[in-house]
Design a binder for this molecule. Structure first.
Ligand SMILES: [Zn+2]
Length: 179
């Protein structure tokens, strides 16, 4: 079982920023069951430039038969295609995602040029509810801070936990790298 703390950084953002993050994460959580019903994995991400939506994608691992098609990676790829640039740093973009990024997505975010990350359900809760394994990412908040990337977690977690619980109740897919 994961021993990571449930980390939250929401005390460090201003009220307007937090309100927008809560609104976007809530919208993503409410849309997510429709994606799940169409065969997507239970995670949805969106990249915004201020109030402007640049890209939005769910997890398509099962649909695409590709283990790296997580929501964050799909969304980063779509944003880079949209902006025709592999380096997003000059666009000052925010990534919103329904759950804390896994170890693979932490890496993908680090190389993308995303400036701010906002997530819903924490990794310990994702692992507890779904049985998924999210990987090793010690102190990733602090490591990202050194790189100038801000991470804010545990935004409207109860809503996201309900969506994940519904997913588990309705599916029999348990995916673990250890098999
Ligand atoms: Zn991931």
């Amino acid at each position: 079982m994961n021993t990571q703390q449930i980390i939250t950084n929401v005390d460090n953002i201003d009220a307007e920023q937090l309100q927008r993050a809560k609104q976007i994460i809530t919208e993503l959580q409410k849309e997510l069951p429709e994606y799940i019903a169409r065969g997507h994995g239970p995670f949805l991400a969106a990249i915004y430039q201020g109030d402007k939506l640049i890209a939005k994608y769910a997890n398509t691992v099962v649909i695409d038969k590709c283990s790296n098609h997580h929501a964050e990676i799909n969304t980063i790829r779509a944003a880079q295609a949209e902006l025709k640039n592999y380096d997003l740093s000059k666009y000052n973009l925010d990534l919103y995602v329904t759950a804390e990024p896994c170890v693979m997505c932490v890496g993908a975010i680090m190389w993308s040029g995303i400036r701010n990350v906002y997530y819903g359900v924490s990794t310990p809760q994702v692992e507890k509810i779904t049985g998924f394994f999210e990987g090793f990412k010690p102190n990733w908040f602090d490591e990202f801070k050194k790189l100038g990337i801000n991470v804010y977690g545990n935004i409207e977690p109860e809503l996201g936990e309900d969506v994940l619980q519904q997913y588990v109740d309705n599916q029999n897919i348990i995916y673990k790298p250890s098999r």
